[in-house]
Every structure is written in structure tokens, then in C-alpha cells.
Design a protein around this ligand. Structure first.
Ligand code: SF4
Length: 182
């Protein structure tokens, strides 16, 4: 089976988390400067189907590990983070909890005026083809860093990325249109 078909099957299997909840792999961060432009809050999701060789966070793969918290609780915690430019979703794989991530993205934009970025081990093209909640989440973003981590293409000099195949895509929020590729 080729990468394309396998990736589409993986993204189609969304994690089973109750409505209004999200599964996290760790506490929320703030004042982070390595996961996007400016000072940022960071949300670490739990659960990843990609299993990239050389992944630095294999403890985030298990869909049943981590902690399940309400989206309201996330918003309450984020409201105490002052001076942040935005929120970045890291993983784990945010796009297998796409519905919850989208809700948080829309709320932080509306309630705090923040921009929203996400990492994904899936490519933009896979997310677009998958459609449904993953594509709706992508459309809520201002930027996506996409693609699996490929050990053979690792490059420590890249900004925000771990391997050369990954791209920083600036997006038109609301439509998902690619504005620039870095
Ligand atoms: S997508 Fe990210 S978290 Fe998942 S295996 Fe690859 S590097 Fe690790």
C-alpha cells in the first residue's frame, strides 16, 4: 500500500474523545518561541498514528494515554496567558482530534484575537483530500507545518521544522488557501 492511501486511512480514524473534550499529552505552555512566530501558547495533543522513525515524542503516540480535559478548561487556562501572539497545536497528531482542535482555534481567535498554527505529520494535500473535520480544522489556521518527520532528511538548522521535507505553509484563514510556502 502506498503512503498516500495509508495516510488517508490514518487521518480518517479520528480519536474517540467525548464531545467538548480533548486529549492532551502534557500541560499547556506559554511564552514559547520555538513553535511559531512570536510568543506563543502551545497545546500538546495526545495520540499519533504516524510513528515516524526518529520521532522525539513517541510517548505521545498512544491514543489512550495522556489526560482528557474539557475545552472550557483549556480556554480558562489559556485566558491567564498574557502577551501571547497566538496558539500552536503540537503533538501527537492534532489532526486526529480535528473537531476539538478546530473549536479551540476558533475560540482563541474570537475571544483573545490570537493567530493559530498547527503542526501535522500529514501533508496539506492529504488533509485537503481527507476533507471533513480535518479540513475544517485546517481552514481555521493561519499557518501549518506539515509532513512527517523523515530521519534521513533531518536538518537542525531549519526554523520550526525537523526535516527538509516539512513545509511552513502560510494560510488564508477561513479558506485554507496557501498564501506562501517557506
Ligand atoms: S507526526 Fe510528529 S508526533 Fe507523530 S510520529 Fe511523526 S514526529 Fe512523532
Amino acid at each position: 500500500m502506498d503512503y498516500h492511501k495509508i495516510a488517508l486511512e490514518k487521518i480518517a480514524k479520528q480519536a474517540e474523545v467525548p464531545e467538548g473534550y480533548i486529549r492532551l499529552s502534557g500541560p499547556l505552555e506559554h511564552d514559547n518561541i520555538v513553535n511559531g512566530d512570536g510568543l506563543r501558547a502551545v497545546l500538546w495533543t495526545q495520540g499519533c498514528p504516524n510513528h515516524c522513525k526518529g520521532c522525539q515524542n513517541p510517548e505521545t503516540w498512544d491514543y489512550a494515554a495522556g489526560i482528557v480535559v474539557t475545552i472550557d478548561e483549556i480556554m480558562e487556562q489559556l485566558s491567564h496567558f498574557k502577551g501571547q501572539a497566538g496558539l500552536t497545536f503540537c503533538g501527537g497528531e492534532p489532526f486526529v482530534q480535528a473537531k476539538a482542535c478546530k473549536e479551540i482555534a476558533n475560540r482563541v481567535r474570537k475571544e483573545f484575537g490570537w493567530n493559530v498554527w498547527s503542526f501535522s505529520g500529514f501533508t496539506y494535500e492529504i488533509i485537503k483530500e481527507a476533507g471533513g473535520e480535518p479540513w475544517e480544522f485546517l481552514k481555521s489556521l493561519n499557518a501549518l507545518i506539515d509532513g512527517p518527520f523523515i530521519l534521513a532528511q533531518r536538518d537542525l538548522s531549519l526554523k520550526f521544522r525537523g526535516s527538509k521535507n516539512q513545509r511552513l505553509l502560510r494560510l488564508k484563514q477561513g479558506t485554507g488557501e496557501i498564501l506562501a510556502i517557506e
